[in-house]
Design a protein around this ligand. Structure first.
Ligand code: GDP
Ligand code: MG
Length: 166
């Protein structure tokens, strides 16, 4: 099995930590070389099940000018071209304007979206359950997977869920 995934989410939610953890555990090839103007291949993760090719999506934000519009268009195209979108968040029951904006952008995207709730090591289990409930109201996610990129908790399960959509 092999296919494309993209990792989105606010700064500081743990995107780099998660990538590093997955790469540290598996055989991976990383590259910063621009492959095409649309998809910049970051990492190819090889596991026993197959390959996940992570591509970069430029930040999803409100377009304030022409360049912003251009970036948002690229982001939207990337989201539509990959097999699965991974949206990384921290456990929280407060859904801010930033999250609502991302959810709004995703409404126009047909690709399945997996919500990855990271940093579960830093909160109580009940808080994780409460955030799952809050995010369920925000968007029709294909899956919701709580993980800890720091300890690696449940990351195997995450890979399994990703492969379902490749
Ligand atoms: P990015 O901006 O989304 O790439 O976020 P980073 O990967 O740079 O992580 C931001 C901060 O969150 C860093 O201080 C990480 O050590 C911390 N962090 C990332 N993942 C976890 C996690 O699973 N648990 C905890 N407790 N901290 C984490
Ligand atoms: Mg980062």
């Amino acid at each position: 099995k092999s296919g494309f995934a993209t990792l989105i989410g606010r700064p500081n939610v743990g995107k780099s930590t998660l990538m590093n953890y997955l790469i540290g555990q598996k055989i991976a090839i990383t590259s910063n070389k621009p492959q095409t103007t649309r998809n910049r291949i970051q990492t190819v993760l090889t596991t026993e099940e197959g390959q996940i090719i992570f591509v970069d999506t430029p930040g999803i934000h409100k377009a304030k000018n022409k360049l912003g519009e251009y970036m948002v268009n690229i982001a939207e195209r990337t989201l539509n071209e990959v097999d699965v979108v991974l949206w990384l968040v921290e456990p929280s029951t407060f859904i801010g304007a930033g999250e609502k904006h991302i959810a709004q952008q995703l409404e126009r995207v047909k690709t399945p979206v997996i919500l990855v709730i990271n940093k579960v090591d830093s909160v109580k289990r009940e808080e994780v359950f409460a955030s799952i409930a809050a995010y369920k109201d925000l968007y029709d996610f294909a899956e919701i997977v709580p993980v800890s990129a720091r300890s690696g908790e449940n990351t195997r399960e995450l890979l399994k869920e990703i492969f379902k959509y490749l």
